[in-house]
Design a protein around this ligand. Structure first.
Ligand SMILES: NC(=O)c1ccc[n+]([C@@H]2O[C@H](COP(=O)([O-])OP(=O)(O)OC[C@H]3O[C@@H](n4cnc5c(N)ncnc54)[C@H](O)[C@@H]3O)[C@@H](O)[C@H]2O)c1
Length: 330
């Protein structure tokens, strides 16, 4: 018998891939999204194109911060709807609070009122700020976020803890480390750099190029999410730390398992596109962290998670997708 799951943020980058992965393994999926104007609706509609034709997929346009959720018959909620992006959150912090804090509380509240005890919440590596020693362990306090976006995600985790404690809801707070792959959000570095290099425009590099990120390929991220869905069905002692600390809410890092320097990433994209790269240097941006690096021991223990796609292979897949949708060959 198929299970019914609700995915919020279903028209987004990770959400649309996730809906496809759930359908592929036989689940029934209800997706919601409000087509937040953070990036073009047309791109999100394109993400939904194949899904809308699937007999086990149903879509409802709804805002998690305001509208009722379609929870009938749902056994697990995967909450990915959010205003993403670190730098834009400095411009309009209140909208981040509305979508990511109020929206997340409303999802938890509706879920528990519907008697659903299982939630996977899309959190972020940004909760670690820039004062956590690397690699980032979920046991670190993560109480010094350096952007409104990071603070909004940490607030969501703390709400998860409160709901888990009060109502016995089991929540996996997955801290995603820069996810990339086909359909990646246009604002994210890999997509932006690819656009600029493919057009022959200079790449704005913030800082001296030595900042490092742990990049997660989309299929690895999906493995983590699917495994977390099963994890929410298991009982047992919850791990400590981060979004957990007891009850049934636990923070788990989902990373790519390697640190990649910014200058190397730009060079790799240029090489994969077969283009010369022109770099314009700019000072570090406020809100950006210098380093992200996931400690994956908890993910391995709790979710049997092991990232499989390295940066070279992942960038090859991304660039192939990019060239296909732009009808452009390098
Ligand atoms: N992509 C990454 O590298 C990354 C890293 C860390 C965390 N995350 C988190 O993962 C989740 C998915 O990220 P993504 O990269 O796929 O982003 P995305 O913007 O492509 O997807 C998010 C979706 O949520 C929708 N949304 C926004 N506000 C909403 C609201 N109030 N009600 C309903 N829907 C709403 C948007 O329209 C969008 O389609 C987000 O919660 C994000 O914060 C992503």
């Amino acid at each position: 018998m198929s299970r019914r799951l609700l995915v919020t943020g279903a028209a987004g980058f990770i959400g649309s891939h996730l809906c496809e992965a759930l359908l592929a393994r036989g689940d029934e999926v209800v997706g919601t999204d409000n087509f937040d104007p953070f990036y073009a609706r047309a791109l999100k509609e394109r993400n939904l194109e194949d899904l809308r034709r699937h007999p086990r997929f149903r879509f409802l346009e709804a805002d998690v911060a305001r509208d009722p959720l379609p929870l009938d018959g749902v056994s697990v909620v995967i909450h990915l709807a959010a205003r993403p992006g670190v730098r834009p959150s400095l411009e309009d912090p209140a909208s981040y609070s509305e979508a990511n804090v109020t929206g997340t509380v409303r999802v938890f509240e509706a879920t528990r009122r519907a008697g659903i005890g299982r939630v996977v919440f899309g959190s972020s590596s940004s909760v670690y700020g820039d004062a956590t020693p690397a690699p980032f362990s979920e046991d670190a306090p993560a109480v010094w976020p350096i952007s409104p976006y990071a603070a909004s995600k940490r607030a969501g985790e703390l709400m998860a803890h409160a709901f888990a404690h009060l109502y016995g809801v089991r929540v996996a707070c997955l801290r995603f480390f820069t996810v990339y792959g086909p359909r990646q959000r246009p604002d994210l570095a890999i997509h932006r750099f690819t656009d600029l290099i493919a057009q022959g425009s200079p790449v704005r590099m913030y800082g001296d190029g030595s900042s490092e990120r742990d990049y997660t390929y989309i299929t690895d991220c999906l493995d983590g999410v699917l495994s977390a869905v099963e994890w929410t069905a298991r009982t047992g002692r919850a791990g400590r730390g981060g979004g957990g600390g007891g009850g049934g809410a636990v923070a788990i890092n989902i990373g790519g398992g390697a640190r990649v320097r910014l200058d190397r990433l730009i060079e790799l994209i240029g090489r994969t596109l077969g283009r010369t790269v022109r770099i314009e240097r700019h000072p570090d941006q406020p809100g950006d962290v210098r380093l992200t690096a996931a400690d994956l021991r908890r993910a391995e223990r709790e979710l049997d998670y092991r990232p499989r796609v390295g940066i070279e292979e992942g960038i090859r897949h991304f660039v192939s997708w990019y060239q296909e949708i732009h009808g452009r060959q390098s």
